[in-house]
Design a protein around this ligand. Structure first.
Ligand code: 13P
Ligand code: SF4
Length: 334
């Protein structure tokens, strides 16, 4: 249903947009897109009406790949701030705008660049593998970036003679260690939304739907991952659900994902995994973007991402390294 968001609340209250307003805004956005020669990129967690006007909807990896190859003059990034920054780093000469500049991320907050530098200085042999959910300043201190969709491949391709430092998500890092057998020093950050899923909340929904497989994001805690049939990025969730013979599937990630799955897998039933006191789970940052704010940012070409040249130059290298490793066939990736 069409929505507008009251921002900066822990639990977001959405007020439905009247259908005529929804249609008018969507039409205007498409006209502005043409006029500006813009591309609209949206993360899988965005509200349905934003996903429905986007040129591309996907996970962090897919969105970076789209940003790297677009010939549009303006990139309209519907996601959180670090995602729009990544698009700017890859396109320093393009205009990159986002609906709400305050759409942050708890993982980004957990890892300030000066603190990371302090830790890096304790071991000259560290090779820093950084989850894309971080600031441009932290990217500029990194050797290589990864997303949940390619973290295993990136770690497998990392130099064997280095001590790996994985920042900032300790849950994703712990899962990657299990998958690769590679020991890493983990930064103690987490996604405030994904750690809300608990062993008990997943057991509860499993009892309700005993035949439904559970698909979980690797940002979930180990207690939840142990109960999952599949652990993967949001884009790989779409692939898994398309291929799975199951008609009902439990999804342990941000509930925006359900709209994308319903569109891509018609006829199947997707159950958002519950958290302790709620039927589903939302990221308050992702939900700060609304169709109205999207329209306004395209009219004003603001808020706009601007970064110092030194950060742009230094942060581009580890992102390009990630994109290059990601594009290699598995056997050559190390
Ligand atoms: P994906 O890259 O899997 O879409 O995850 C992004 C994210 O922010 C998860 O919370
Ligand atoms: Fe960050 Fe978690 Fe929101 Fe993803 S879901 S943007 S990791 S706070």
């Amino acid at each position: 249903m069409a929505t507008a968001v009251a921002p900066n609340q822990d639990f977001v209250t959405r007020i439905p947009l009247p259908p005529q307003r929804l249609d008018a805004l969507s039409r205007d956005i498409l006209a502005l897109k043409k006029k500006l020669n813009a591309i609209i990129l949206a993360h899988n967690y965005q509200v349905p009406e934003i996903q429905d006007v986007a040129d591309f909807v996907g996970d962090s990896l897919g969105l970076s790949q789209q940003a790297a190859k677009t010939s549009a003059d303006v990139i309209v990034f519907c996601g959180v701030h670090f995602m729009a920054e990544t698009a700017k780093i890859l396109n320093p000469n393009k205009v990159v705008i986002l609906p709400d500049k305050d759409a942050g991320c708890s993982l980004e907050e957990s890892c300030p660049a000066p603190k990371l530098k302090q830790l890096q200085d304790t071991n000259p042999n560290f090779y820093t593998v950084t989850y894309i959910n971080c600031s441009a300043e932290v990217k500029a201190l990194s050797d290589v970036i990864c997303t949940s969709g390619n973290a295993v491949k990136i770690v497998n391709a990392s130099p064997k003679d280095k001590d790996l430092l994985f920042v900032p998500d300790e849950n994703l890092g712990a899962w990657v260690m299990e998958q690769t057998g590679r020991k890493m020093t983990l930064w103690k950050g987490s996604c405030y939304a994904h750690v809300e899923f608990t062993h008990e909340s997943i057991m509860r929904i499993r009892r309700e739907y005993p035949d439904a497989p559970v698909v979980a994001h690797p940002e979930c805690t180990r207690a939840v991952r142990l109960l999952a049939d599949e652990i993967c990025s949001t884009e790989k969730m779409v692939e898994f659900c398309k291929k799975s013979p199951a008609q009902t599937i439990i999804i342990a990630t941000e509930s925006g994902m359900i709209h994308r799955l319903n569109k891509e897998c018609p006829g199947k039933r997707f159950i958002p995994a519950p958290v302790a006191n709620c039927r589903c789970n939302e990221c308050k940052f992702m939900k700060m973007n609304t169709l109205e704010k999207l329209h306004a940012c395209m009219e004003d070409l603001n808020p706009r991402i601007e970064l110092p040249k030194s950060i742009l130059d230094r942060a581009r290298l580890p992102i390009e390294r990630m994109l290059q490793i990601s594009s290699q066939p598995l056997a050559n990736a190390g």
